[in-house]
Design a protein. Structure first.
Length: 218
């Protein structure tokens, strides 16, 4: 492994391999505020130039996104999901462990998505940190953010927006909280994720999409 590649793996968990860019989204999505010391994070400011590199580098034919995240900064996570969805290169995501909260839009932002059987996905209402002003405008702002999230999930998966909202606001499954946790097979059954599978299946699908993309360009 070249020193440049080794450094990129160590710092941002990404590597280019035979024309495939392998990107990891793990731990907490760190955005406008620094995460607590010792927390494993995926940094928003690191991901943006990586995605720009993917789009501009002709040597990169496709992107495999490995996901195991607890969620994090809502605005930054959704922005990253929008960037992934806007790439002209084929993208495939693989959920390992979990893709919770804002990790759900990130998982479905790829052209095709996989999940392993033991993984989980958590859909829940937007939570706020810091001081919350208890006025009508604050509630409306949260509703708008949740609408952006549920609309994005619906547009990039096979779930209707109303069904996403129903799972998000469900009561009784989680202690002292609303929302729904879906295991791997359930996520596929609901249409949130395209297919069950692991690394082998994700790589095979990505290569298939790359070949199709190259054929359309030639």
């Amino acid at each position: 492994m070249k020193e440049e590649q080794r450094k990129e793996v160590e710092e941002v968990g990404a590597i280019d391999f035979n024309g495939i860019h392998i990107m990891t989204i793990i731990g907490e999505i760190e955005g406008h505020q620094t995460a607590s010391q010792g927390a494993k994070t995926t940094k928003y400011e690191h991901m943006i130039p990586l995605l720009a590199k993917v789009e501009s580098d002709d040597r990169i034919k496709g992107v495999l996104i490995l996901i195991n995240t607890i969620g994090g900064d809502v605005e930054c996570g959704l922005a990253l999901a929008e960037l992934i969805a806007s790439l002209s290169k084929p993208t495939v995501s693989l959920v390992l462990g979990g893709s919770h909260s804002i990790g759900v839009p990130l998982a479905v932002s790829a052209d095709y998505s996989f999940i392993v059987k033991s993984a989980t996905m958590m859909i829940h209402p937007v939570r706020t940190g810091g001081t919350f002003i208890g006025v009508l405008q604050s509630y409306r702002n949260i509703e708008k953010i949740q609408d952006r999230i549920t609309r994005f999930i619906s547009e990039h998966s096979n779930m209707e927006q109303k069904e996403v909202e129903r799972l998000m606001l469900a009561v009784g499954e989680q202690v002292k909280d609303a929302g729904t946790v879906l295991e791997g097979e359930e996520a596929v059954r609901y249409g949130l994720i395209n297919q069950m599978g692991g690394m082998k299946e994700a790589f095979a699908k990505l290569l298939e999409l790359c070949e199709k993309n190259n054929g359309e360009k030639s």
